[in-house]
Write a protein that binds this ligand. Structure first.
Ligand code: ADP
Ligand code: MG
Length: 826
């Protein structure tokens, strides 16, 4: 088996390819311009497709047919209309073109497997879309790697750092289109992303835009006696203005880069339509003035990331720089000055991700079947040899053990690829073990030979051990993965299956019960909906990533309320989600693998989610009306109106509607629900906190009556109380409150007061309401005595008997119906 060895950084602005070879990284140069990366730009021109530098040059002259920044649209169903070819292309197709172009640089290697990097924030669908682009580009195997991990691998491996204790690094990735900050822990030999934060619309291109708007436009207007230039350019109405806009953008970017080296630059603008011929000077200070607020945004995202993880800049050992925008001296200097943390810029920030991807690829075995069984001659023997060793080592030698299945008597020999080590031919019976010396910071290749008793070669094998290169312990999940469940109120809630930042791959089995009857041969359905997002938010504000409907049509038997359902969930490192549903009472098993690269949306579900959200908003409006908080009310009403429009549109489309409409509606619904969620969150959190505090206060009175087991339970519930209360997540707080209340009820039910309460409750009923009034009277007397004697078991039994005699038992009264269960009368 070979390692993957090839790594690609598929960036928003620039992309590149590198290869790992024996501990060293080769970046494949772009043959045009001989740069390390190519712009992620595709242009269509007279039936010709151009990718990279050439395509970028056409942005201004061929505006409608040149596409860039499509990474921001990965996983959406948006497509780009290309007038030149008379059809649309998707972000996946455009990305595949860039990947294909990159792969063509590795002439003679023809990579079939590749590591492709993705932002840490990419959700399941965006990740799968990236994989799909890789397959469309002709790859047979795509392994995804998160960009901050790649960057750390590049820094740590290249510097050969000796990290002996665990340290925290901050990855500051300020690229062309996006900003990402990641908090990473690094110990002796492993890297792990703890958490990350980012903004998909904060990058170098925003600086270019600001330069055009705030610096170039005013100066051109002044020099050429014009007005409203910026507005005209961005309105897109006038094609020559649009062209000018792209030209200025291009010039602004060049000027921006020059300002990373000089204190001032001069831009020449010479255009015919509109007729312009001006020279503009831009000083570094002017540029820094437009940059400063953007830098501020990146800085506060970092602060927020640290705060959320209870850390301060002092806890950070270094900040590592990634992304072309970090070339700007102001960014480096301000980072260092404000945070007080060492800013490490020892690696080219535009190739760090690329190089790291190749390091990772160099240590990652390919799952593809080898066509050629290595370079070794193959022997047709039946020897079954089991080799045991650690493929990654930080030591100068590593133990390798081999065991032959079945009887074997003969010899073995191990040689290192560079010829620097040879065991010579040694005797063995069935097993051997050997310490192999390793060359530092490289992958050591050894060949093992087995010979039979007559010293005839009967078997060969390859042993591959990489020394001294960092590896990663795994990639974290960027969002919670949750299952939607029915709640007693008729609404649905989310139960978290996998937690944000859990390390992939993951698996979990959970048991649920059926909450409705699904009769065989009926159209009723059991719905399993898996969403990605935040477990603490409303269902509708999350992304659906897996949806299974199990209809009664196929059942041999009825599925009844209360029956058990077993669910197995698995997510691979490359983000394939699989679900296995087992219903033992029906002996029914259903397996599904989801690797959606576009979102799956059920129109029926969409409608009901919009409806639920509208109900909730109406309820909130109704609650709030008396408060006369008009600003809040009008915001709620706006949300409601928006959803009502969406509801009407969703009602007009059929379930199997084939256009993009339902996806668009789903996205708009998600945003509208999120907006509502944000609006009410603060208020609801306060309410939940208040209720929690009430329950907690009540608890103090009952704690002494709790059994040791209940006390344990209480300790367990409040163990992470602080974290929950500070989470700002009303669902989490509500859940905790519910747990406490249940426990409180439990304690109360076994308290003596409880039976006294019940006794007095029944005692004052009219005797005629009981089947045997005289027996009832007798029980009343006995009860009074039992209370006098503090004989509570007796009292319990008396209450039980009184309850049995009662003719019309009250229903729905929480207190008495739980009493019901407690006395074993159910
Ligand atoms: P991405 O990760 O988005 O593909 P890169 O990391 O390659 O992007 O960064 C590209 C951005 O970096 C562009 O906006 C480019 O203008 C900017 N950039 C590149 N070099 C410099 C420089 N020397 N000074 C300032 N900005 C630069
Ligand atoms: Mg990047």
């Amino acid at each position: 088996m070979d390692n993957i060895n090839f790594g690609i950084d598929l960036g928003t602005t620039n992309s590149g390819l590198a290869m790992y070879d024996g501990g060293k990284i080769t970046v494949f140069k772009n043959p045009v311009g001989f740069r390390d990366t190519i712009p992620s730009v595709v242009s269509f021109r007279k039936g010709r497709i151009q990718i990279g530098e050439k395509a970028r040059e056409h942005i201004a002259s061929n505006t409608g047919n040149v596409f860039s920044s499509f990474k921001r649209k990965m996983g959406s169903d948006e497509s780009y209309a290309v007038p030149d070819i008379g059809k649309s292309v998707s972000p996946v197709e455009l990305s595949a073109m860039v990947l294909k172009e990159l792969l063509s640089f590795a002439q003679g290697h023809a990579p079939k497997s590749c590591v492709i990097t993705i932002p840490a924030s990419f959700d399941t669908i965006q990740s799968n879309a990236t994989k799909k682009a890789g397959y469309e580009a002709g790859l047979q195997e795509v392994v995804l790697l998160q960009e901050p991990i790649a960057a750390c691998l590049a820094y740590s491996n290249a510097q050969g750092q000796n990290v002996t204790e665990e340290k925290k690094w901050l990855v500051y990735d300020y690229g062309g289109g996006t900003f990402d900050a990641a908090l990473v822990s690094i110990n002796e030999r492993e890297l792990n992303v703890i958490s990350h934060k980012g903004n998909n619309f904060l990058g170098g291109v925003d600086l270019d835009n600001l330069m055009v708007e705030k610096i170039l436009c005013p100066k051109i207007e002044k020099a050429a006696n014009l007005s409203g230039l910026w507005a005209k350019m961005v309105s897109g109405e006038d094609s020559s203005m649009k062209k000018l806009y792209f030209e200025l953008l291009f010039k602004a970017e060049e000027a921006k880069k020059e300002l990373s080296l000089k204190d001032s630059v001069t831009i020449e603008i010479d255009t015919e339509s509109p007729e312009l011929s001006v020279e503009i000077d831009i000083s570094k200070t002017e540029f820094e003035n437009v940059l400063a607020p953007k830098f501020e945004e990146t800085y506060s995202l970092m602060e927020k990331l640290l705060r959320e993880n209870n850390m301060r800049f002092q806890d950070i050992e270094r900040i590592i720089l990634v992304g072309g925008t970090t070339y700007i001296p102001y960014v480096r200097e301000e980072l260092q000055r404000r945070s007080g943390v060492t800013v490490d810029s020892s690696i080219d920030p535009t190739t760090a991700v690329l190089v790291g991807a190749a390091y990772y690829a160099g240590a990652k075995p390919s799952a593809l079947e080898d066509e050629k069984t290595d370079d070794l001659p193959s022997f047709n023997t039946n020897i079954d040899l089991n080799l045991i060793y650690e493929p990654h080592s930080k030591d100068s030698e590593e133990l390798v053990a081999g065991i032959v299945e079945g009887p074997f008597n003969g010899y073995y020999r191990i040689m290192r690829g560079d010829g620097g080590f040879d065991t010579g031919v040694l005797k063995m019976a069935q097993r051997f073990s050997e310490f192999l010396p390793l060359l530092p910071k490289t992958t050591n290749l050894f060949t093992l030979y087995l010979y039979d008793d007559n010293q005839r070669q009967v078997h060969t094998d390859t042993i591959k051990i990489t020394n001294g290169l960092y590896n990663i312990s795994g990639q974290p999940l960027p969002n919670d993965i949750c299952l939607e469940l029915d709640e007693s109120s008729g609404k649905t809630i989310l139960e978290r299956i996998f937690r944000k930042n859990d390390i992939l791959p993951l698996k979990k089995t959970i048991y649920k019960t059926c909450s409705k009857n699904i009769l065989k041969n009926s159209d009723d359905k059991l719905i399993i909906n898996i969403v990605e997002g935040n477990a603490g938010s409303m269902v509708g504000s999350n992304l659906s990533i897996g949806y299974v409907e199990i209809s009664g049509r196929g059942f041999q038997q009825d599925l009844l309320k209360g029956m058990d359902i077993e669910l197995n969930f698995k997510i691979s490192e490359s983000r394939d989600l699989s679900v296995n549903v087992y219903i033992s009472s029906l002996d029914l098993e259903i397996s599904e693998v989801f690797n959606p690269h576009q979102r799956a949306v059920s129109v029926e579900k969409l409608r009901s989610e919009i409806k639920d959200a509208m109900d909730e908003i109406n309820h909130e409006i109704w609650n709030e009306e008396a408060e006369e908080n008009f600003d809040y009310l009008s915001k709620l009403k706006r949300c409601l109106d928006h959803l009502a429009v969406l509801y009407n549109e969703a009602s007009d489309i059929a379930e199997d509607h084939s256009t993009d409409k339902k996806y668009q509606l789903d996205e708009m619904k998600r945003l509208a629900v999120q907006e509502f969620d944000d609006l009410v969150r603060h208020k609801h959190v306060l309410n939940e906190l208040r209720e929690y505090q009430d329950t907690r206060d009540l608890f103090e009175q009952y704690l002494e009556k709790a059994s040791p087991k209940q006390k344990d339970e209480f300790e367990k519930i409040i163990r992470n109380e602080k974290e929950t209360l500070e989470s700002g997540n009303k669902y989490l707080i509500r859940k905790k409150n519910k747990e406490l209340e249940d426990l409180l009820n439990d304690i109360y039910r076994n308290t003596q007061e409880r039976y006294i309460d019940i006794y007095y409750h029944l005692r004052f009923y009219d005797p005629r309401e009981f089947r045997d009034p005289s027996k009832f009277e007798k029980l009343c007397d006995l009860g009074a005595k039992a209370i006098d004697n503090q004989n509570y078991p007796e009292l319990k039994s008396i209450c039980n008997q009184m309850w049995t005699l009662l003719i019309n038992k009250p229903k729905g009264d929480d207190d008495l119906s739980s009493f019901d269960g407690n006395l074993g009368l159910k």
